[in-house]
Design a protein around this ligand. Structure first.
Ligand code: PMP
Length: 396
């Protein structure tokens, strides 16, 4: 008898999509989305992905089960992409990498591993963060706290408050950090700040879990991996969750990876055996198609080069739209420098929930109520309209 069950509230972002669809205004703009849209306003199918699919189709591969840890070539290629192909930790074989169900699946397995096998009971996430972070950690038995991140006026990171929060954590706390392109604020640590962060993580014996869902969308494919590579350089044992959803445009294929950086190769082998056990009882093995596409692209030097170009194209379009929004704000007599100070797909406008409602109701510009807009939803046709609407709300 299920009569006593109460319905769950709708996801606020998905609810926004429904509202947007029903809005009859031609000038409406959807900046609530979490996917990359091209200049034409569509989610593109990347050329290198199409080419990889053509090649896979010609091979008429059977669809047997993947190993529990995923496709070996996929894991090896993604590990090199994340850590750098010549990184000492890669060469030493001390990273256990498994294929996961997107970045979400990697985060979930990381939490399960930390809780069940490392005895970790507490995790902390940035305030604010991607909503699912909290739910994922809680579902795996962790108590979840928040660390200070954003300045009160939302103009950047409050680094002193952040450091104080880290320094106050008990040893063995799992600290979830955004590797690049912080969601939702777009504010990332500088390299020098990361060096300080790593020092505290080591001194306080904390367990870092780096979430990198947007490699290539911030400063570049290599640059965005700075934090993860720094931790590996410093000999820290840590976890990293990465995703091919955004930078391969493979959202629905569910392709990601969990990397567990160990002290040595033997330890990494033990960790892989543990991860296989967790996977076995949760979903047995990952899907075949997405991982094969990524392995095909990264495994062929020419195709990989054209993929890198495509990702760079997406990144520079985002940067261009940030600059265009800033310029259009200037024309309205307002300082939208937040747009150019932040990185990645998202920007925090600093607008309140009520102001975001006004932006939606009066101007048909849809953003998340926490003040987040998706920069990848901007294009040369709508950016001025968005800037004018934002300006009107700021001045209201
Ligand atoms: N982490 C962050 C910060 C994200 O924004 C997302 C996607 N919205 C993910 C992880 C996971 O993405 P996916 O599971 O689709 O790879």
């Amino acid at each position: 008898d299920f009569a006593a069950l109460a319905p769950m509230p709708d996801d606020p972002i998905l609810g926004l999509v429904e509202l947007f669809k029903k809005d009859p205004r031609e000038t409406k703009v959807n900046l609530g989305v979490g996917v990359y849209l091209n200049e034409a306003g569509f989610l593109p199918l990347m050329e290198c992905v199409e080419e990889a699919e053509r090649r896979l189709l010609e091979r008429h591969l059977p669809r047997g089960y993947m190993p529990m840890s995923g496709m070996p070539q996929y894991c090896a290629s993604v590990q090199k992409l994340v850590f750098g192909k010549d990184h000492a930790a890669v060469k030493a074989g001390r990273i256990s990498t498994i294929q996961t169900l997107g970045g979400t699946g990697a985060l979930q397995l990381a939490a399960a591993f930390a809780h069940q096998f490392l005895g970790v009971n507490q995790g902390v996430v940035s305030d604010p963060t991607w909503g699912n972070h909290i739910a994922i950690l809680k579902a795996d038995g962790l108590e979840v706290g928040k660390y200070a991140y954003l300045k009160a006026d939302r103009s950047g990171i409050d680094f002193e408050a952040f450091k104080a929060a880290l320094n106050a954590l008990p040893a063995k706390t799992l600290v979830l950090l955004h590797g690049c392109c912080h969601n939702p604020t777009g504010f990332d640590f500088s390299h020098d700040e990361w060096r300080e962060v790593v020092k505290i993580l080591v001194e306080r014996d904390l367990l870092p879990l780096i979430d990198m869902a947007y490699q290539g969308f911030g400063a570049g494919l290599e640059e965005d991996a700075f934090a993860i590579r720094l931790l590996a350089d410093e000999g820290v044992t840590f976890l990293a969750a990465t995703s091919c959803s955004k930078n391969f445009g493979l959202y629905g294929e569910r392709v990601g990876a969990l990397h567990i950086v160990c002290d040595n190769e033997k330890e990494a082998q033990v960790v892989t055996s543990i991860m296989k056990r967790i996977v076995r009882q949760e979903y047995s093995n990952p899907p075949t198609h997405g991982g094969q596409i990524v392995a095909e692209v990264l495994g062929d030097p020419e195709l990989q080069a054209s993929w890198r170009k495509e990702v760079e194209g997406m990144r520079s379009r985002i940067v261009g739209m940030r600059e265009a929004l800033y310029a259009a704000g200037k024309a309205e007599g307002l300082d939208f420098s937040f747009a150019v100070k932040q990185h990645g797909m998202f920007s925090f406008t600093g607008l309140s929930a009520e102001e975001m409602d006004l932006l939606r109701e009066k101007y048909g510009v849809y953003g998340v109520r926490n003040g987040r807009i998706c920069i990848a939803g901007l294009n040369h046709r709508n950016v001025e309209y968005v800037a004018k609407s934002l300006a009107a709300v700021f001045k209201a």
